[in-house]
Ligand binder design. Structure first.
Ligand code: NAD
Length: 371
């Protein structure tokens, strides 16, 4: 069953959600879902700061392109002068920071860009946000929030039991998660040292429409449609918790509106699945929606390949704090969310063709030194 999603409630003008909000990375997968909700559903003014790397596509914002509440600024978050000009011109009352290098496999092949954007970029953004925050009048300074969006991968790997929560110690294992851990610590320090009103979220694997087809689910959908092999790391035993992107957006808005300053919230989809089971589910949905009698069931395309170096075994989230304190729960089950996602990719081949027209063409990344 597909759950129809009603728009997130509009907030009162004293809430940071009333805007203007500076969103970084708003042309990416999660950022574009957030911007579509803020501008399209809530009528919030958004200044979207994005450098448009391979992962950033303005095509994902086509539905709000003509809306005067959306202002796009092509600025690198490592560019202090560029950021300063954006803060001066748009005077945001909140920052939602999503810009990052986000793909673990790419971080194995080229960690430098991850340290630059995720660590140096977050530092630069924090400094410019602090300068701007100090320039606000008392009422606006009290309202201002800096929400940093991070990952559960900073906590390292779980065994068969247990869950990550807000008290889990940091133990990152990949260049990506180490760079995100570094950025989390900077945000924490800017709150404790300078009083910047920060919030941090650490969430599990997101999936949904508009995800760049290098990540597991869209990669499998598009490869299976082309009848190409479906590469699964190791034996596919690694377990991830899956969070539908629009559920994540609602969590971010709940944290921004009602979260306690200086605090962290972990966010999960209550949907733990082994990678192999995710790929099998994708195959089954495609066989049903787009049967291909010539090739037979698409599970036959699955190929086990050499594991990713340092591949964390299991991530799982105990999201009871955000449920208890902020009333947020995921609306989507993995089954409903996955079906919506596959349907979206089937209905939007043009988007896939356009974002894939760059250098990346469904090749395997992340073999690192072994490559
Ligand atoms: P994404 O890779 O789809 O998008 C990242 C965006 O940031 C792109 O639009 C890109 O152009 C932009 N960007 C990159 N470097 C930049 C720079 N130096 N200056 C300005 N813009 C830059 O990422 P996503 O999947 O949407 O993830 C968004 C955030 O959520 C990231 O911070 C990521 O670490 C975090 N996160 C993602 C997941 C997930 O499953 N996708 C899970 C947990 C946390």
């Amino acid at each position: 069953m597909v759950i129809e999603r009603s728009p997130v409630e509009r907030s009162s003008c004293s809430s940071p959600i009333a805007g203007p909000i500076l969103v970084t990375g708003g042309a990416g997968f999660i950022g574009s879902a957030l911007v579509r909700t803020l501008v399209g559903d809530l009528g919030t003014r958004v200044v979207n700061v994005d450098k448009l790397t391979y992962a950033g596509n303005l095509d994902s914002l086509a539905s709000i392109a003509a809306d005067s509440n959306h202002v796009f600024e092509a600025v690198d978050i490592c560019d202090a002068a560029g950021l300063r000009a954006v803060f001066r011109e748009h005077r945001p009352l909140a920052v939602m920071h999503l810009a990052a290098e986000s793909h673990v496999d790419r971080s194995i092949d080229g960690p430098g860009e991850f340290v630059r954007t995720n660590v140096l970029g977050t530092f630069t953004l924090l400094e410019e946000a602090r300068r701007h925050w100090l320039s606000l009048d008392d009422a606006d300074r009290a309202r201002f929030r800096f929400l940093h969006v991070s990952t559960d991968e900073v906590f390292g790997s779980l065994g068969a039991e247990g869950f990550f929560d807000e008290a889990t110690p940091y133990s990152p294992n990949s260049p990506y998660s180490a760079s995100k851990a570094g950025s989390d610590h900077l945000v924490r320090a800017w709150h404790h040292t300078y009083g910047l009103p920060t919030l941090v979220t650490n969430c599990s694997n997101n999936y949904g429409p508009y995800q760049f087809p290098e990540k597991l689910i869209p990669l499998m959908v598009l490869s299976a449609l082309e009848g190409r092999p479906l590469p699964v790391y190791g034996r596919g035993e690694n377990v991830r918790d899956w969070l539908f992107v629009d559920d994540h957006v609602e969590a971010l808005l709940a944290v921004l509106a009602r979260g306690s300053v200086g605090e962290t919230y972990v966010v999960g989809g209550a949907s733990e699945r082994r990678n192999i089971d995710v790929v099998r589910s994708v195959c089954r949905i495609l066989d049903e929606l787009r049967p291909d009698p010539g090739t037979g069931p698409r599970e036959g395309l699955i190929r086990f390949v050499e594991d990713r170096p340092g591949h964390d075994l299991r991530y799982a989230i105990d999201a009871s704090r955000i449920a208890r304190e902020l009333g947020w729960r995921p609306r989507e089950t993995f089954e409903t969310g996955l079906r919506r996602t596959v349907e979206w990719y089937l209905e939007n081949p043009g988007w896939c063709e356009r974002v894939l027209s760059g250098a990346y063409r469904l090749e395997r990344l992340g073999a690192g030194a072994a490559a």
